[in-house]
Design a protein around this ligand. Structure first.
Ligand SMILES: *Cc1c(COP(=O)(O)O)cnc(C)c1O
Length: 403
């Protein structure tokens, strides 16, 4: 671990300085990129990850790399975690966490709505490995207690949940998971540590897709798991080194460069999202807008209590989503019709509810009802970027006039 010279509690200072220090050899102010795959070793260095420890020097970049370590230390500082480990993607991070906490015969409780690949992974691969999975609407804490079993080994929530922006009361889930001695993980990709720091609310692990807000510029895929030092060391030794889903130092460097401006970007994302969400809410063609910062969000009270920033994600509905998606994809000039989120460029994508239910979410009738009540029929997921919000409203207004 790089010792951070800066001992600040302030997110803006940490985002810039944590994990980094001027290069000792060249005195370079900005971090170097160390692309080397291998490092000169002592004659008695072990060839096996079995002997890997905290004080093992850099040896081979699948084990650890100076640039990646800087990123991991910066992320840990921002989340208030003891340690962190970066991966090639958010999904590699989710997979590593599952493999670390679950084995055949164990039981996982996961939010019934989550990022499509996470939902699909928990529906397909985990049961094939002999892991039992129960999907629970974690926005209502009452749903959780009855679902916990003696073999439950992980509770996994996404907050806010992609794509419907449903929230989980992290402190409330953490209280239950603590009572029952079950690790609790939160995918905090949509919130970022600027909005919510799940570890400080009692969670054991935080997951990030670094591809989204943390990298922030749409040019590097990455992921991370943050948590206790002992857990992260085991994830590195048992999973990362052996399954190999590690991040490239170049991507780590890009993401670190993005992280430096995370706190000020999140402020601007939130400011823009408020303006665009209010504009949409008043637009005659828009049926419904969901944004945690608006009083109309079904869990606005929880949002106000739990989030220091409402982030830049909005979902909304129109009468004929499919036609509107076609118009948006052709006629939006500034906002890109594309997946992903959290970039400086605004992005929008249409998710038809029935498609989501067919491909990604396997819900019982009650969960389906609750999903449809929350998200309606057809979801536009808008990631408000850092452009002038007025220009975004005009872009949407022009396209909507063709509907
Ligand atoms: C994008 C995303 C992921 C997956 O991350 P990748 O970097 O695309 O692998 C996981 N969780 C959430 C909430 C996401 O939005």
């Amino acid at each position: 671990m790089t010792e951070t010279r800066i001992k600040s509690e302030n997110m803006r200072t940490l985002a810039i300085h944590a994990g980094e220090e001027p290069d000792k050899t060249t005195h370079a102010s900005a971090p170097n990129i160390v692309m080397s795959t291998t490092f000169l070793a002592d004659a008695d260095a072990s060839f096996s990850a079995e002997d890997f420890g905290d004080d093992t020097p850099f040896f081979y970049s699948r084990w650890g790399n100076p640039t990646v370590t800087q990123l991991e230390d910066k992320l840990a500082a921002l989340e208030g975690a003891e340690a962190g480990i970066a991966f090639a993607s958010g999904m590699a991070a989710v997979t590593a966490l599952f493999l670390h906490t679950l084995k055949a015969g164990d039981h996982l409780i996961i939010s019934d709505i989550s990022y499509a690949a996470t939902a699909e992974l928990s529906h397909n691969l985990l049961p094939n490995l002999g892991i039992e999975v129960t999907r629970v609407d974690l926005s209502n804490i009452e749903n959780l207690r009855g679902k916990i079993k003696d073999n439950t080994r992980l509770i996994y929530a996404e907050n806010p949940a992609n794509p419907i922006l449903r929230l989980t009361d992290i402190e409330a889930v953490a209280t239950i998971s603590y009572e029952r001695n079950i690790p609790f993980a939160v995918d905090a990709t949509f919130a970022t540590p600027v909005a919510v720091r799940p570890l400080s609310l009692g969670a054991d692990y935080v997951i990030h897709s670094l591809t989204k807000y943390l990298g922030g510029h749409g040019d590097a895929i990455g992921g991370a798991v943050l948590g206790k030092k002992s857990d992260i060391a085991l994830i590195r030794k048992n999973i990362a080194i052996r399954t190999g889903g590690i991040i490239s130092p170049f991507n780590a460097w890009l993401i670190m460069r993005g992280l430096a401006t995370l706190p000020i970007r999140m402020k601007a994302h939130e400011e823009g999202a408020f303006i665009v969400a209010r504009f949409l809410e008043e637009h005659s063609k828009i049926k419904r807008v969901i944004y945690p910062g608006l009083p109309s969000h079904p869990q606005h009270d929880l949002a106000v209590r739990q989030m220091k920033n409402f982030s830049g994600m909005i979902t909304f509905q129109v009468d004929d989503g499919q036609t509107c998606a076609k118009i948006f994809s052709k006629h939006l000039k500034i906002i890109h019709y594309a997946v992903s989120l959290g970039h400086h460029r605004s992005l929008i994508f249409y998710l038809p509810t029935q498609e989501l239910l067919r491909t990604s979410f396997w819900l019982d009738d009650e969960q389906k009802r609750s999903f449809e009540e929350y998200a309606g029929d057809g979801i536009f997921r808008l990631s408000v970027g850092l452009e002038e919000p007025e220009d975004l409203c005009k872009d949407l207004d022009n396209a909507l006039s063709l509907l």
